[in-house]
Design a protein around this ligand. Sequence first.
Ligand code: CS2
Length: 489
Amino acid sequence: MTRLSSASLAAGGSQQVLLQRDKLQPGIVHLGLGAFARAHTAVFTENAMLASGDFGWGITGVTQRSDTVARQLTPQDGLFTVTERGDGAAPLRVVSSIVEAISGRDDPGTVVDRIADPATSVVTLTITEKGYRIDPRTGTLNTGDDQVRADLAGQPPQTAIGQIARGLQQRARTDAGPLTVVSCDNLPGNGELTRTLVHAFAAALPAEEAEPLLSWLEANVTFPNTMVDRMVPATTAADLDAVERELGLRDEAAVVAEPFLQWVIEDNFASRRPRWEDAGALFSSDVAAWEDAKLRLLNASHSMLAYLGLATGKTTISDAVGEQAFRTACSRMMAEDALPTITLPAGLDGAAYCAQVLARFANPALGHTTAKVGSDGSQKIGLRLLTTVRGSLNAGREPRWAALAVAAWMHHVASAATPDLNDPLAPELHALLPANRTAATVVPALLGCRSIFDAGLATHQGFADLLIHWYRIIDTHGLDGLGNEINHG
Ligand code: CS2
């Protein structure tokens, strides 16, 4: 079958590109070319160019640890399709905003050059929680990480923060102008955090490099906070075949997504930017509140369903939310544990948001797997669930439902065989686990993981008791026991 490319599409695809590609100029470097970036950031940017007529925002996409997506996109001239699934789905669409795809692992020098190029004025990133190389104990850059150390020592940079900092250093030296770094990951204060990490990288350089870079960063680079939202499952072989049947061409980089799409951005740009508002993005001075609400309502429930689903043999999020007791547990976690400890942004109706989240999870066509959402739990549960646990405990309330989600995560960690636990902390977590795994042994053992639980939480007897209670039910009574306890709890 013929591969998707500009030429093959023009010659006979069932769709056409929406942008006039000869008019596109590169303006954005995007780090992390996973499915989310293609279904969210690339689509928003294309829509902004179409709506505004400003075509200066072609994207240079950079893959991180694996070069797969760069290898998929290059022979396709950067083109890929987005298939929406669910109520209100738009027709299959070819997205053409990515003008170049490069492997950051194999070609870090080009990444640095592109960031330093005067034509670039925005760097966006979707590198997932673990890509930031945060030391969870200090909240800043983990300078003990081998790759961070190598990047600081002047090796061609492999980490995203190293690539950004080195690109900006070259930009400063060549006077290439101001730039804005836009984090699009599910982290509270993602912009401020990225700023902290880039500044920490700069500060850790030898003094003669650190000082000029830090003062240049201060005057020329901003890091707006953002909140991004779209559920994007991993593409399957069946998805690729379905696209091929519809498009008449083979697209190895196809992505599937729900119709819902949202981006809230802080208007804090040091440079020119695309008119993303013309594509429906909301510019707000209250992004931290949007992000907090999304993480602790949507993402927290997503993680809860993933671990409850994994414990009871449910493969997809829609199967898990289809279980009435699990839906009840999510609703109660949001209403009773999370909402009372969240300050909602103006204009967001908490109850309506929670109902919408559950309806989105129920989309049966999406095939979002519990294994995918459950991956990297050590990087996620602190932000999604433990903030709520702390908030409830501080207010003198029992975080009953958030504790259920944490217990389900512990059960997942204790049940997954070592190579199967998809988590950067898997070795550390498994080293903590006892040989005899019961509620009474696993809970205290995992509470000892200081990268996740601070001393206050780890030694809170009431929290430990809740975890042991739920863990025991999951472990010994399965789905029926959980159903009884949730419905009568
Ligand atoms: C999910 C998110 O995989 C996960 O951890 O909770 O990727 C989720 O689908 C998005 O944040 C939705 O915007």
